[in-house]
Design a binder for this molecule. Structure first.
Ligand SMILES: Nc1ncnc2c1ncn2[C@@H]1O[C@H](COP(=O)(O)OP(=O)(O)OP(=O)(O)O)[C@@H](O)[C@H]1O
Ligand SMILES: [Mg+2]
Length: 439
């Protein structure tokens, strides 16, 4: 992408309404524009990051054997009356009436709708286990939408639902989700810690939230410092193996890590004092096992091996896709701007031409741009007629992992400069070696 032809509306001033770094930086870097309270348009740069996060979530879900679908945002109230949640949900649900006076709602979550799909088409235990998921916009009429996309009213969520014959199978699905979530967040360059949590309006007993530690997080968390040393890494896992998934769950949940809702000081105080941590975190996901709560209420049964109809055991599992954009920035920024991890960066490489209009510099930039793009990298070439200082400031603000600086002086010596956004370190390198250095 050539910046002269792109749409990157960066702001010079720090917007006064933004209280936390990620919100300020998303506005300043031209990633989002507020449409109304808690509702945002995604501008080109922000949209690229959102898509990258979605892609990783899709890949990791499908790696775990989960099947993508897409359900609508608008739902009929009748389904929610069947489960009893139409009345129970409260003012966070946006209720709508259509022209025929039918009650509709903008879905805050999809347990009812997926259970309806399941009961319409599946009737035998032989079709199980099954996990369906989608990535779709949700609406929750939050009392205090704030912190930009972190607590929006309209937000993008991955929500997945498992259907199993027995509680045991459903707990395997729970563990499988925990493992796949660990992989998902790590691939984005994030550490998200599974913590025991409270189930809220979804219902059920078994639930973990995934929290990214950050001072600006809305949840208070209590944990054993040993937990932050755990890494999932690049281990191979067989998602069908009950034993493998169970042992990952045990490894990642055996140390104390809880949100304030389930915090138990008596247990916490048994941890050696130097390992006790009280901090804040951003919830980027949650997994639940809730058994037959919805299947019983809505008649989602399968015929078991014994020929008897039994309600399926279910769980639901969410990832805050749009919130992750903010959480990633909270965890990756400095005083100059965003510092994107490679996997989610809107572009991996920025080219800065410090002397636009100089024939040699322009030709060298064009050649690099073509070569890097052909090598499969996503490149943003700042080809504007701008001062070098302004170009550097923009690159630092939008946080691309690598910057290549091209100017007549370096080219005379046969080199360009390659700079790492995170460390700030630069090296001189021959232009023809850049592609190899980055791939
Ligand atoms: N208002 C929101 N804005 C952005 N993301 C959200 C919002 N509410 C929930 N999410 C994301 O969706 C994920 C799954 O939804 P879940 O039903 O667990 O949310 P929740 O527990 O109600 O969230 P919270 O406690 O933050 O209100 C959450 O872990 C979070 O990352
Ligand atoms: Mg939650």
């Amino acid at each position: 992408m050539r910046l002269s032809r792109y749409f990157l509306p960066v702001l010079k001033e720090t917007p006064a309404e933004a209280q936390i770094a990620s919100h300020r930086l998303m506005l300043r870097a031209g990633m989002i524009k507020q449409a109304s309270a808690g509702i945002y348009s995604w501008l080109p740069l922000g949209y690229r990051v959102l898509r990258n996060i979605e892609r990783i979530v899709h890949e990791e879900q499908q790696r775990a054997g989960h099947i993508p679908v897409l359900m609508p945002t608008l739902q009929s109230a009748d389904l929610w009356r069947e489960s009893g949640r139409y009345d129970a949900y409260g003012p966070e649900m946006l209720r709508i009436r259509d022209r025929h006076d039918r009650d509709m709602l903008y879905g805050p979550t999809n347990e009812e709708m997926i259970t309806d799909i399941f009961r319409s088409h599946v009737s035998s235990y032989k079709d199980l286990p099954m996990t369906l998921y989608h990535i779709q916009w949700k609406f929750r009429d939050e009392v205090r939408p704030r912190f930009g996309v972190m607590r929006g009213r309209e937000f993008l969520m991955k929500d997945g639902y498992n259907f199993d014959l027995t509680k045991e199978d459903a707990l395997h699905a729970y563990n499988r989700h925990l493992v796949s979530y660990l992989r998902t967040y790590e691939r984005m360059g994030l550490q998200a810690i599974p913590m025991r949590a409270d189930s809220g309006p979804i219902g059920g007993d078994d639930t973990h939230e995934f929290l990214v530690l950050a001072e600006t997080g809305e949840s208070e968390v209590f944990y054993d410092s040993e937990i932050t040393d755990l890494k999932f890494g690049d281990r191979e896992i067989d998602y069908d193996s009950v034993q493998q998934c169970q042992s990952v769950l045990e490894e990642f949940t055996s140390r104390y890590a809880r949100t304030d809702e389930t915090h138990d000081p008596a247990i916490f105080d048994q941890i050696p004092e130097d390992r006790r941590r009280v901090a804040r975190g951003i919830e980027v996901g949650q997994i639940f096992y809730f058994g037959t709560k919805y299947s019983e209420a809505m008649g989602a049964t399968v015929q078991g091996p014994d020929g008897k109809a039994t309600p399926v055991h279910m769980g639901s599992h969410g990832i805050g896709v749009s919130r992750l954009v903010g959480a990633l920035i909270e965890a990756n920024h400095d005083d100059k701007g965003i510092v994107w991890p490679w996997e989610v960066a809107p572009f991996q490489v920025g080219i800065v031409n410090v002397k636009q209009g100089d024939a040699t510099a322009d030709a060298a930039c064009d050649a690099l741009y073509k070569e890097l793009t052909a090598a499969g990298l996503e490149v943003l070439y700042d080809d504007r007629e701008e001062r070098a200082g302004a170009k550097f400031a923009t690159m630092d603000l939008i946080g691309l992992p690598k910057r290549i600086t091209v100017g007549p002086r370096g080219l005379e010596k046969g080199v360009v400069e390659l700079t790492d956004r995170r460390t700030g370190e630069s090296e001189e390198i021959k232009p023809e070696l850049v592609a190899a250095a980055l791939t």
